[in-house]
Each structure stands twice: as structure tokens, then as C-alpha cells.
Design a binder for this molecule. Sequence first.
Ligand SMILES: [Zn+2]
Length: 350
Amino acid sequence: MTEPVGAASVDYAIDAYWERGWHGPAIVRVTPSSITVLPDAPTADHHNSGARHLPGVLLPGFRDSHVHLGLIEPRSLIAGGLAAVDDLGGDPGRLIEWASDNMVPALRYAGAFITAPGGYPATRAWAATLSVCEVSTPEQAIAVVAEQVAAGASLIKVTLNTDDGPVIADETLDAVVEYSHSRGCEVVAHAQGIGQAQRAFDAGVDRLAHTPWSERLDDALIETMAQSDPRFLGGRHSWVSTLDIHGYGQRGIDCDIASDNLRRFHLAGGIVRYGTDLGNGDLPPGLNQRELVALQDAGVRNDALLRALCLPSLGSTVSYLPTVPDADTDLAQWLMTATVLTAPELMRTR
Ligand SMILES: [Zn+2]
């Protein structure tokens, strides 16, 4: 607050912001590469501070933690309200290009799906446009993980789907997890079929790509999954929601089972990530209000919903919403009014 304000930065007075919790009026300083709240700014009289009033609210950018850019138009997503995405299965050659395209949301990616010979999704038509590596030994699995890391992957995707073909053996799964962790990569699993969610968790898989829907997991397992555990790269196991893929608004039994599992995982303190499996079926190219509503219906509400959706901090890309929510605001509906703004765009707005 004592730094000189030159052409290199612009100050805005905003009505509120959310960063791990709600905060009232504040002054934010925008430089070409950062958007930061000024500490101890005299917020009570911010209209007299010389900062321009930007009516509304800033939130960290929104991330969809499960997309497939190879099945959609990646450049449509920023207009849809997304600042960041995790691609959980695609052609690493194309992903590396999208990662440097500033018209595409900030991207982390897994590269190829790793599966057993003939395993899911190797036989699916859409998998041909993505990339699938079929492995049958720990050595092959390690080589494939190394290829994805060399192509810029920071996540590794394995499929364990006993409803749809063979799955990799325990020793191969163990090799994927151990080697991925040694390279600093989180392992994400598509776990489908009875027992596969537990199997993924027991092997040290960091993240489930979908809330489990094949079975109602028992409370003891869910409690264990929700706790911190040093086997996981970040110390915590997490789930990506993807509730709306079950019926695309029609819900149904798979959605009910997933919702019940997610409600208990969240209540036990588990880390929930907003994610839609964008590219899979009839989903809107951007923020999905039905997914937000389904999360709320599973008890992931208010700050918990924003934690699932938002990047950790304001950073250099934010979500701007022109109105301030109150106690009666339907948060899911309100979030749909967000616009993605980068620091340079905010400077030009001035
Ligand atoms: Zn997917």
C-alpha cells in the first residue's frame, strides 16, 4: 500500500471478494501479471482512495477438474466461464499445443489413458481421437508414464473399469503409482465396477476421476478416504464430482448412488473437486449449472462449493461477477453470471 502506483498497475475498489472465504469491500491492485488484494487498505472509505470502483465481486478463476479437450472446442471454454481445466485423457501431442494457447484455459493434463490390453476405453470409438496406451507389465507401465511426463503431463490417468473389459494387475498399478509419484505426478483413476474405487485408493491413487457410482461405499471406507494419508502426493485423496454425466439432468439410480457417496465423503472432510467430464456426452461448453446444483444437492454448498470450483487464489486470472450475493442468492445460478478476466484485460478496462 505504500508502493508508488504508476502505469505499471491499476487499483480497483471492489464490493467483495472470495478467497477461501468471503471478504467485504477491498482494493485490488492489478499488474500485467497479477491481481492481488492490498492488505490493510482503508476499505471503509475506499471510494475516496483514488481507486476506480468496479461494482461487483472477484473470485479466483473456476477450474473444471475433468475435461477432454480432444472431444470439444478448447477455445470455447473461456467464454463459458472456465479459467482452468484438468484434461484427464488425450493426445499429448495436441495437449502440449493447447497448454501454450492463451485462448485456452490454463491447462494441466494427463496425456494418454493407461489401461490393460483391450481394457476401457481402448475399444470405444471416441478413444481413437484421444490416446490410449495398453500395458501388461510394470516395466511397460513405467515406460508409458515416462512418455507422458516427457510430453508435459503433470497428472497420470489409469482406468480400472471391470464393467467394460480387463483391468491392469495390482503389480502394474503399483508401478504406475510409485513411478508417477517419483516424477511428481498425481495419479487419477477412472474406477468403475464393484471394488475398483477401494482398489484405486488402496494402491495410493491420488484422485478419482468420478465420484464412485457402481456401489454404495461403506462409511468406514469413505472415512478413511477422506482423511489425510502420506501415501498421496499432496497428502490427501480427492474426488472429481462428475454427477451430471448420469442422465444429464435426468439423474437416475447411478446419480443417486454417486450423490450419496459424495455427500458422506464431503461430510467426512474429503476434498471434492468440481468436474464434469466435458467432452463426454451432452454437456455445455463451460460452467455447468446442473453440476453445481447436483453438488449443492449432495451437501457441497456455500464455501465448500466455491472451494471445489475455484483456483486457490486470485492469481493472474479471476472470475468477475457484477452483483454481490446475499443470503437468498441461489449460488449455482449466480455463478453462471461469471466472466473470466485476465490481469491485462482488467488493466485495459481502466
Ligand atoms: Zn473422462
